[in-house]
Design a protein around this ligand. Structure first.
Ligand SMILES: [Zn+2]
Length: 205
């Protein structure tokens, strides 16, 4: 099931100085129909996107079918990662809810949620149920639990046809990656890419 992102109407506003709509947020097109103005669309996007992606560049032309309904491992520079995520989210019409978590944060939420902490239980539920979960594997300190928790999250989400994206600046086959996130996770990703369960995307500089 796809949850529709609730847009907070109190936060989205047309630009009062917009030269196109003069701050109304809508334009009347040739067929005499109201059409949303780009300034209101931009404000809507800012409300929809989590802060990591707001300032990123956007690709206007993007074949989203390459990325929709797929588990993805993204490798490459940070800026390219943010640009791709933002472009997919916007080019699919802001219909997917999304959440980005570094692994240490994932572990913290998991441990707190298991000790019946209410706020973390809600966050854990979101991790399992958000349409697109983006795991950010960059600057963690090594922890033996990472590999099994990440795998378990991916498996649980798969059961509900939810997709997980992983971003790292290290290839999963490297020692640097496996030292941080375990050999098992490295092997799991390798097998998953071969079997087609994960799509590997090399982000360009
Ligand atoms: Zn406008």
């Amino acid at each position: 099931m796809q949850t529709e992102k609730k847009i907070d109407l109190t936060k989205e506003r047309p630009d009062p100085d917009c030269p196109n709509c003069k701050g109304v947020g809508y334009l009347i097109n040739a067929e005499n129909k109201a059409e949303i103005c780009i300034c209101l669309l931009k404000s809507r996007a800012i409300v929809y996107l989590t802060p990591e992606y707001v300032a990123a560049n956007t690709l206007r032309e993007l074949d989203v079918t390459e990325y929709e309904k797929k588990n993805i491992f993204m490798l490459g520079p940070q800026a390219a990662f943010k640009m791709l995520v933002k472009s997919i989210l916007l080019n699919t019409g802001m219909i997917y809810t999304h959440k980005t978590v570094p692994t240490f944060e994932l572990l913290r939420i998991y441990l707190a949620a298991s000790s019946a902490n209410q706020a973390e239980a809600i966050q854990w539920n979101e991790i399992l149920n958000v349409d697109i979960l983006i795991l950010y594997l960059v600057f963690d300190t090594p922890n033996k639990l990472y590999g099994s928790i990440i795998r378990s999250v991916i498996e649980k989400r798969k059961f509900q046809s939810k997709y997980t994206w992983i971003y790292s600046d290290k290839h999963f086959e490297t020692e640097a990656f496996q030292k941080l996130y375990s050999t098992e996770l490295g092997e799991f990703l390798k097998t998953s890419v071969v079997s087609g369960f994960f799509k590997k995307v090399n982000l360009a500089e």
